[in-house]
Design a protein around this ligand. Structure first.
Ligand code: OGA
Ligand code: NI
Length: 345
């Protein structure tokens, strides 16, 4: 069986794109991380209704939630969910354990640096090679168990971190399946296709801890540069601090308002393909701020990498070619934003 980490093994990055800055030792944004001026999000500069986030906040206990989710996927490819059933004390623990990790001195974090061609561990965003400037960000990627890395970081006290991340991944898997089932029901696809999307057998997932230290000059630094998520669905916990923005065609960047206890859900490339582009693909980025150290936790879910992805059989005019999931991920690792246009029919 091929796994997500094996697919990423072919994608060799240089050390410059793997090692984050030592944020404790710098008090200004270096030239290597100084971006040309970028647009402010609309809802920060306008005083009209755009001040709030455009995307809906959906209460999962609402009997109409399935339709609301279907509509949100079609309109924005993104929404927030509340009353989702993930225990709030677990969410808080994931955040505090993530803070414990990123608070370690740089030389200790670098002991678990992602290897060249590796998929898990500490390091810069995987999209780094596609941009000239570095990002005001450090990440830690987990696929399955994180015990090997955690033992290196805390030889006598790794269990707390691992138990928390395991419990959170379990909760995310359950919630992702519930949401995907609702989304696929609104698309009215076949049972076989539903099994492909939500079966736990061979499915691929990753937990990404993101750290955005407070920044002396937030107008010149970018936390995470624009990108789309590659797999089917992403669930992001923003941790109560604004920073996530998404791009609306014809409008520009818009802030996703941090809502207490909410998770941001967005359509990934594979779901965009499967929906035959009925669900738009959401380009998003993260900005940084001067006073707060922002932590976010993203969970990515995808189908088996050896399976095929194509528009659902219910679409008579598929606008994408069929290909193996691992082939798509390799195209994405090489061509980034162009990957989708390369598989258009
Ligand atoms: C990601 C991502 C946004 C954020 O990890 O893919 O888009 O706000 N994160 O951290
Ligand atoms: Ni993302």
């Amino acid at each position: 069986m091929t796994t997500l980490s094996e697919v990423y093994r072919n994608d060799l990055m240089t050390d410059r794109h793997i090692t984050p800055l030592d944020f404790d030792s710098i008090d200004r944004v270096p030239e290597s991380h100084s971006w040309p001026p970028f647009d402010e999000p609309l809802n920060k500069i306008q005083t009209c209704d755009l001040r709030d986030s455009l995307i809906p906040v959906i209460d999962l206990t609402n009997s109409k939630s399935r339709n609301l989710i279907g509509q949100a996927c079609e309109t924005w490819g993104m929404f927030q969910v509340i009353n989702h059933g993930v225990p709030s004390d677990l969410v808080k623990k994931v955040e505090s354990e993530s803070r414990r990790l990123f608070a370690l001195p740089a030389h200790e974090k670098r002991r678990v640096l992602r290897s060249t061609g590796g998929a898990t561990g500490y390091g810069s965003a995987r999209i780094s090679p596609f941009y000239d400037k570095g990002m005001w960000h450090e990440g830690f990627t987990i696929m399955g168990s994180c015990v090997d890395d955690a033992k290196v970081l805390w030889p006598h006290d790794f269990q707390r971190f691992c138990d928390t991340m395991d419990a959170y991944q379990n909760q995310m898997r359950l919630l992702t399946h519930k949401l995907l089932l609702m989304i696929l029901e609104t698309l009215d696809v076949t049972k076989v296709e539903i099994v492909w999307a939500i079966s736990t057998h061979d499915s691929q997932s990753a937990l990404q801890l993101n750290s955005y230290p407070s920044c002396p000059n937030p107008s010149r630094a970018l936390g995470l540069a624009p990108h789309t998520d590659s797999l089917l669905l992403t669930l992001l916990n923003q941790g109560g601090i604004n920073g996530l923005e998404f791009f609306v065609e014809g409008l520009g960047w818009s802030q996703v308002q941090a809502v207490e206890g909410a998770l941001v859900v967005n359509v990934g490339d594979l779901l965009h393909i499967f929906s035959n582009a009925k669900f738009p693909i959401v380009s998003h980025r993260a900005v940084v701020n001067q006073s707060k150290h922002r932590i976010s936790v993203a969970y990515f879910h995808g189908p088996p990498v050896e399976s095929r992805v194509a528009p659902s059989a219910k679409f008579q005019k598929p606008c994408f070619k069929s290909l193996l999931v691992k082939e798509y991920l390799s195209l994405k690792a090489k061509h980034f934003y162009e990957a989708l246009s390369l598989i258009r029919t």
